[in-house]
Design a protein around this ligand. Structure first.
Ligand SMILES: C[S@@+](CC[C@H](N)C(=O)[O-])C[C@H]1O[C@@H](n2cnc3c(N)ncnc32)[C@H](O)[C@@H]1O
Length: 317
């Protein structure tokens, strides 16, 4: 048996049960970073009292949540939220959004990754957007799409490559314009405009030689097993580069960044790299353990993930 590799954990109940005894946190418990920066909780995002305890009397200036998108997911741990009716799903979302608002500062940003199931009326994206209108504290700001490289459904439909990201604000938070540029050089000339009697073209007027990301992000590489940041066993990892863009745009060093759906702990790693504090939770002890181990591994080795290697070397499978 190979000990170096690890298949997707959530759909493998034998593996899940082997890993569980190696997890530090049980439901309701919080891990405090020995370096005093971050906190990781094994907490249900909809439990407002537990979320308040996670914040430890502090407020966050930014939240970046990546909930399950109301699709069928593995159920090895019995705590995963599988596909449910849309009313039930949206009622659940309302609860963790209310918990978020309770722990956000007066001026703060909120990002939510979501999906639209093209085989099921595009749920839950539009339902979620409408639900959000009931929170007067939050203002819609941007509807971002990140383009994945690998898609699905290529033979009889347009290949599905989009990943949606909603941006809301509470008050008027920081928006750091320097964070919005990609590495893609500006090559198109044109868009002439006369400024103080002189005709200038867009490249002369612009603040950067590279293009802005705008609200369609085409420059971020999806995570797959050959990337250093890959975390074997996980199934829904977001690229660190995306989190770095969000965190740089909406927070300053030492600010608190929240994430209620840790999974592989991407937000925590991006926050550590950028010297923010990250308060993060997942209701599954296996994923809180992976999140803590990923931070420890990063601090020990400088590596952002395990590529194809096993984060639980003590488990032979
Ligand atoms: C889409 S994944 C998040 C991926 C993450 N952004 C990353 O880059 O690794 C969703 C996570 O939410 C967790 N989850 C599901 N229901 C939850 C709940 N009620 N409270 C907290 N976490 C939950 C799942 O265990 C899963 O790890």
């Amino acid at each position: 048996m190979k000990t170096e590799q690890l298949p997707r954990i959530d759909t493998n109940s034998v593996l899940y049960k082997k890993i569980l005894p190696h997890c530090r946190l049980q439901a309701g418990e919080i891990w405090n970073d020995p370096e005093g920066r971050h906190r990781v909780g094994c907490i249900d995002a909809a439990n407002i009292d537990a979320i308040t305890a996670l914040l430890n009397n502090q407020k966050a200036v930014l939240a970046v949540h990546d909930p399950p998108y109301n699709v069928h997911v593995g159920n090895a741990g019995s705590v995963q939220l599988g596909k449910t009716d849309i009313e039930h799903y949206i009622a659940w979302c309302r609860q963790w959004i209310a918990a978020t608002i309770a722990v956000l500062a007066k001026t703060a940003g909120l990002y939510v990754w979501l999906g639209a199931d093209q085989n099921d009326g595009f749920q839950p994206l539009p339902d979620f957007m409408i639900m959000m209108r009931a929170f007067p504290e939050l203002r819609s700001r941007s509807f971002i799409t990140m383009r994945n490289q690998r898609g699905y459904g290529t033979q009889h439909n347009w290949m599905a490559v989009r990943q949606e990201l909603l941006y809301y604000c509470k008050g008027n938070p920081l928006f750091n314009i320097d964070a919005v540029y990609t590495d893609i050089p500006k090559i198109l000339r044109g868009y002439y405009k006369t400024i103080q009697g002189v005709k200038t073209e867009n490249i002369e007027r612009s603040k950067s030689p590279t293009i802005r990301a705008g609200n369609v992000w085409v420059d971020i590489q999806q995570v797959f097993y050959r990337r250093e940041e890959n975390v074997p066993g996980c199934y829904a990892q977001k690229p660190i580069q995306a989190l770095e863009r969000i965190i740089n745009a909406g927070s300053l060093p030492n600010d608190i960044v929240l994430d209620f759906f840790a999974h592989s702990g991407t937000t925590l790693i991006a926050a550590e790299k950028l010297r923010r504090r990250c308060y993060i939770c997942d209701n599954d002890p296996v994923f809180t353990e992976i999140t803590i181990r990923r931070l420890e591994h990063f601090r020990e080795t400088g590596k952002t993930g395990w590529q194809y290697k096993n984060p639980f070397p003590e488990i032979a499978h």
